[in-house]
Design a protein around this ligand. Structure first.
Ligand code: AMP
Ligand code: GLY
Length: 427
């Protein structure tokens, strides 16, 4: 079988890598892919991004299954287009993808269905937003409504920061948020204290299979300092997601979301990612929904998945997820992102990379993201360059193996956090 993965980051490299482990999969096309997928045996890059062109390709090449990595094509309706043409694709429709693409939609949805989350209100009028913030006080969270690649959120610890964020999001838009049709809008929400975790499931419209839990590291610097990024590292499992928390998340967040989306005529098929905030009492609330796998969460989760992902996703697209179960490697997976100089504000491109051969061992895989092959040589081409992912019998062992991998790789200006896994080590 031939499979198509849409996207070109570390998440898509990991998806392609795991799909290729299936006995039934010969080739995984990755569109557009990166320097890692270009070199990987069994993977082929495809210089296509347009949804109609991808559907033409899938039809002509008899692609058995297409899997969508990032949110942008989902929000643009790539799933609707493929399905209309009778092509099998795993991901949510444009309507269902609103759970991520519109924070205002997802907030209102959670409120309608009693799904635990922070109290919030949406504003498009700056004056009203400023007045609301003055009345609520700080800390308070200001979010741009629209796709922002994880950067459209300001956790304001002072009122001054909150006011500045409102002015920026409803005015200058220096974060470069892609607005929804309604235009610039902000969602202002109550600050939730606690520890975050990523809870991702595979959904077939009705049923779900929970993936292993994980935890991301969103800030660029050690000790969770500096600006937010797409994610600087992750590990799985996340000890904060105890069996009790897991059961509560399924019952209070995931099941009502699936049921609510189905009832509202937008059954959710695809990866559903609930970003959780878990308070000191183990009470989980939803920070946000994403309609896709996390990056770098996918790298650590898929490193631990022992089941045949192709089979599972075929069942998910058939609506027969009840026929499969997921098996997990008991070890911990930990991934360290190596980012380019200047990331996240202005990542530098074009630096030569050495030591990142993709030949994977059983317990160490280098997933590529912002890399490209120029005349057969690897160069940086984006902010997050590589995710060095390792398995170990403990968090400490996985961490030590991953950092050994990091130290064997070189490119000028490379930056990475040296404390990935610090929360797990505290538990
Ligand atoms: P989001 O894009 O909604 O995931 O927000 C990005 C990050 O901002 C989250 O991962 C949290 O660290 C933080 N955040 C978002 N909303 C809240 C909230 N209501 N309370 C506390 N932190 C939040
Ligand atoms: N790593 C966070 C995300 O993918 O949204």
């Amino acid at each position: 079988m031939r499979v198509l993965v849409i996207g070109g980051g570390g998440r898509e490299h990991a998806l392609a890598w795991r799909l290729l482990h299936s006995e039934r999969v010969q080739t995984v096309f990755v569109a557009p892919g990166n320097g890692g997928t270009a070199q990987h045996e069994g993977m082929r890059n495809l210089a296509l991004t347009d949804a109609a062109a991808l559907a033409d390709f899938a039809q002509a090449e008899k692609i058995a299954l297409t899997v969508v990595g990032p949110e942008a094509p989902l929000a643009d309706g790539v799933v609707d287009l493929f399905r209309a043409r009778g092509l099998r694709i795993f991901g949510p429709t444009k309507a269902a993808a609103q759970l991520e693409s519109s924070k205002a939609f997802s907030k209102a949805f959670m409120q309608r269905h009693g799904i635990p989350t922070a109290r919030a209100r949406a504003f498009s009028e700056a004056g009203e937003a400023h007045a609301y913030v003055d009345a609520e006080g700080a800390p308070i969270v200001i979010k741009a409504d629209g796709l922002a690649a994880g950067k459209g959120v300001v956790v304001a610890t002072t009122l001054a920061e909150a006011h500045a964020a409102i002015d920026d999001m409803l005015g200058a838009n220096t974060l470069g948020v892609q607005h929804n049709v309604a235009g610039a809008r902000v969602v202002i929400e109550e600050f939730m204290a606690g520890e975050e975790a990523s809870f991702i499931v595979i959904a077939d419209g009705q049923r779900v299979l929970a993936l292993a839990s994980s935890q991301d590291h969103k800030r660029v610097g050690d000790g969770d300092s500096g600006p937010n990024t797409g994610g600087m590292g992750a590990y799985s499992p996340a000890p904060i997601v105890t069996p009790n928390v897991h059961a509560r998340v399924m019952q209070e967040i995931i099941q009502p979301t699936l049921a609510g989306m189905a009832r509202e005529g937008m059954p959710f098929t695809g990866f559903l990612y609930a970003g959780l905030m878990i308070d000191a009492q183990g009470h989980p609330r939803t920070v946000e929904f994403n309609c896709r796998l996390g990056d770098p969460e996918a790298q650590v989760i898929l490193m631990r998945l022992k089941s045949d992902l192709f089979e599972v996703l075929m069942h998910a697209t058939e609506g027969t997820l009840d026929a499969v179960e997921l098996q997990w490697d008991r070890r911990t997976a930990l991934g360290v992102v190596m980012a380019a100089a200047g990331y996240p504000a202005a990542p530098r491109k074009g630096d030569a990379i050495t030591g990142a051969a993709t030949t994977a061992t059983d317990d160490l895989v280098v997933f590529h993201a912002g890399t490209t092959l120029v005349d057969g040589r690897l160069r940086t081409s984006g902010g997050r360059v590589l995710c060095v992912t390792a398995l170990g019998d403990s968090v400490r062992a996985a961490q030590s193996r991953a950092y050994d991998g990091v130290r064997a790789i070189h490119f000028d200006g490379a930056q990475w956090r040296s404390d990935i896994g610090h929360r797990a080590l505290r538990h």
